[in-house]
Design a binder for this molecule. Structure first.
Ligand code: PMP
Length: 398
């Protein structure tokens, strides 16, 4: 084992017994480069982050410009800074009218924490409804509303009054009552292996929340920022949430999240108690500059227009009898196989041949791809050839 790996394994806290251990020296567009000259196609975008590729020059430039003005100057919410101002103005312009007020956080899970607190405070209710097999983050509140029991049992007690319903089940919506503060839901379940609900379900969910005075939170941390061919996936279903959460790709490679709601709802964080949700670094000016640049790139380069076409090309090129099912929206995919061993083999084989695919947290017999949405058709062809070769290798190993 080389020296840097032993430092990594000893001094960087580990979360699995089998990390990927790829040495990264630099990254550009679709590619990661190792010090030994090896090149990898990043087909998972750093898990949902590099939606416009690594180090998009426009984003890098925006970061550099902000670096020369100022870095952190004050905790959240006190000083007026042009970078978060411009981001909030841009993002809310791209969203439906009621989503007109942004709270910036440092991560996805923090955005969800803020959203849950906001819903409890606004409604004065305590019950939270969420879905089985969901993933909303790893801090206590987000973990409490996540559906994967295996990841939770060691950390109880968690939040009380959290009730679980089946994703995409219209009958289960009857559990939503006038006691329910909010429903938190992924618009497409990501880590459950890309589960796409029907528009009818999403509309029935919206109607039930309206009827009971329950706030509807859409977690678009994985599905947002162009991933599915719309800026946010809720646009596919013709429903609008009361609170939207975003993170991951929003910062174009820098850490930022947000929960967005109406001015009226957000106002309740200012009293009873004052400072109802606070953070030191939320709205960091460099991260906000990167996020604004990312939104501008998506718009200026017309990137949303090609997402579905590129997704279709992947789907056409990745036909194979070993694949049991392909679940896809835009450029968010799950490829399902008979067993998790097949999936593990394919992911490792692709890695050897310079293509990065990845697992899901709660769907062991599928692997994911979610490439940068500006991937070229030639790059798609090349990547698919390597994936198909890996699948063909299965016969030699099973
Ligand atoms: N919600 C969803 C749907 C996610 O996919 C993730 C991250 N995988 C999170 C929340 C948590 O985001 P973060 O890792 O930035 O805390």
């Amino acid at each position: 084992m080389n020296f840097s790996h032993s430092v990594f394994l000893k001094h960087i806290a580990q979360t699995t017994g089998h990390p990927f251990l790829i040495d990264v020296e630099r990254a550009e567009g679709l590619y990661l480069y190792s010090p030994d000259g090896k090149r990898y196609m990043d087909l998972i975008s750093g898990v949902g982050v590099s939606n416009i590729g690594h180090r998009h020059p426009y984003v890098v430039n925006a970061i550099k410009e902000q670096l020369d003005k100022h870095l952190h100057v004050m905790v959240y919410g006190e000083f007026v800074q042009s970078s978060p101002n411009e981001l909030a103005e841009k993002l809310t312009k791209l969203l439906p009218d009621n989503l007109n007020c942004c709270y910036f956080t440092n991560s996805g899970t923090e955005a969800n924490e803020g959203a849950l607190k906001l819903a409890k405070r606004y409604t004065g209710r305590t019950e939270i409804i969420t879905c089985r097999r969901s993933y909303h983050g790893s801090t206590h509140g987000s973990l409490s509303v996540s559906g994967n029991e295996v990841k939770k049992y060691a950390f109880r007690p968690l939040l009380p009054e959290v009730r679980f319903i089946d994703f995409n089940s219209i009958t289960d919506l009857d559990n939503i009552t006038t006691k329910t503060a909010c429903v938190i839901i992924e618009t497409i379940q990501g880590d459950a292996g890309v589960r796409i609900p029907s528009a009818k379900y999403m509309q029935a969910l919206r109607a039930k929340c309206n009827e009971t005075g329950t706030l509807l939170i859409f977690d678009e941390i994985q599905t947002g920022i162009g991933r599915t061919g719309k800026l946010f996936a809720f646009e596919h279903f013709d429903v609008v949430p009361d609170i939207l959460t975003s993170a991951k790709a929003l910062g174009g490679g820098l850490p930022i999240g947000t929960f967005v709601s109406s001015y009226e709802i957000m106002q309740c964080l200012t009293h009873n108690p004052m400072l109802g949700h606070i953070t030191t670094f939320g709205g960091n000016p460099v991260c906000c500059a990167a996020a604004l640049a990312t939104l501008n790139v998506i718009e200026d380069e017309g990137l949303l227009d090609n997402v579905d076409g590129k997704g279709l090309l992947f789907e056409q090129l990745l036909q194979h009898e070993r694949i049991k099912e392909i679940r896809r929206k835009g450029l968010l995919f799950a490829f399902e196989f008979e067993t998790s061993e097949e999936v593990a083999f394919i992911v490792q084989e692709c890695l050897k041949n310079g293509v990065i695919c990845f697992w899901f947290l709660s769907c062991p017999n599928s692997f994911r791809i979610a490439p940068p949405i500006n991937i070229s058709n030639d790059e798609i062809q090349e990547a698919c050839k390597i994936i198909i070769d890996a699948i063909n290798q299965l016969d030699n190993h099973h």
